[in-house]
Design a protein around this ligand. Structure first.
Ligand SMILES: C[S@@+](CC[C@H](N)C(=O)[O-])C[C@H]1O[C@@H](n2cnc3c(N)ncnc32)[C@H](O)[C@@H]1O
Length: 268
């Protein structure tokens, strides 16, 4: 599929997937919540932990910082951050009460507190300039990226950082074909293994279509810079199948230097 121009990408994605985002995603995450974390390891042939460790390695923390994990799901990110720095004040928001129920139990079992809210993340119920760190992992394929990244910029403190990780569209057409071929095999096998319900089984085509219509790592960097983020860094894993981004909100009166740093391997 030829990708739509960057400025029109979200409008195209909304017209194509809006109905799934509105209704079906909720049912999918009710279905998968009890086995979501284990299923990700199976679907990724055991690489899930490595992806998460690479993402965590890009996040710098200081004691007592206020963190927001957007689309927190089962609180994987919040828990990993609190293991590293127990003095953090961690907030979570997600639309799925089922995913957050699992996340709350996981955090409580480890003696951690994560302040969770249920709601649509396109309008964040937090004041301006509130968080030192905002994270978003494995969710933006299902979201209006420009609207959400603008909201995240609003709630970040000047000097704060946004950290993003998701499955992206690889820039290389051959890698892209191999990626979708792998997903066409791994998603149904994982679904059968965990006896997924109809909502999750029916969404297999959507999951691939959503990546095909999504951004490459380089395009996502352009989107971040276009929305006023500074010091945008990107790292691609597995030839661009997974993208990690880090971006800062500038201090008041300080313009963005406008120089992007690129690290790691893969396409940028
Ligand atoms: C694939 S899970 C990722 C969960 C978690 N970030 C992780 O790393 O495991 C995607 C999450 O995004 C949430 N989500 C999707 N659309 C949302 C929306 N519009 N507002 C809030 N949460 C949403 C889903 O409920 C789900 O928990």
């Amino acid at each position: 599929m030829t990708p739509t121009p960057l400025a029109e990408r979200d409008a195209f994605r909304l017209s194509r997937f809006g109905a799934v985002w509105q209704q079906e995603l909720e049912d999918i995450f009710v279905d998968v919540a009890p086995y979501y974390d284990r299923a990700n390891y199976v679907a990724s042939l055991g690489l899930w932990g490595w992806f998460s460790r690479r993402f965590m390695a890009m996040i710098e923390l200081r004691p007592g910082q206020r963190v927001l994990d957007v689309c927190a799901g089962t609180n994987a990110v919040g828990i990993a951050l609190l293991k590293r720095e127990p003095s953090l004040e961690v907030h979570a928001i997600d639309r799925s009460a089922a995913m957050q129920a699992v996340g709350r139990q996981r955090a409580e079992a480890l003696g951690m507190h994560i302040d969770g809210r249920i709601g649509d993340v396109h309008v964040l119920p937090f004041p301006d300039n509130h968080f030192d760190v905002v994270t978003l992992q494995w969710a933006s394929r299902h979201l209006r990226v420009h609207d959400l990244f603008r909201e995240i910029h609003r709630v970040l403190k000047p000097g704060g950082h946004f950290h993003h990780c998701d499955m992206l569209r690889p820039g290389n057409p051959l890698i892209e074909r191999l990626y979708y071929a792998f997903l066409r095999i791994s998603l149904p096998i994982t679904g059968l293994f965990y006896r997924s319900g109809t909502a999750a089984m029916n969404a297999r085509k959507y999951f691939i279509d959503a990546i095909e219509a999504f951004y490459t790592a380089d395009e996502l960097s352009q989107v971040l810079r276009g929305l006023g983020y500074c010091e945008v860094e990107s790292k691609s894993l597995l030839a661009g199948m997974i993208g990690l981004h880090r971006a800062a909100k500038s201090e008041p009166g300080q313009p963005c230097p406008g120089i992007a740093k690129h690290r790691g391997h893969g396409s940028h």
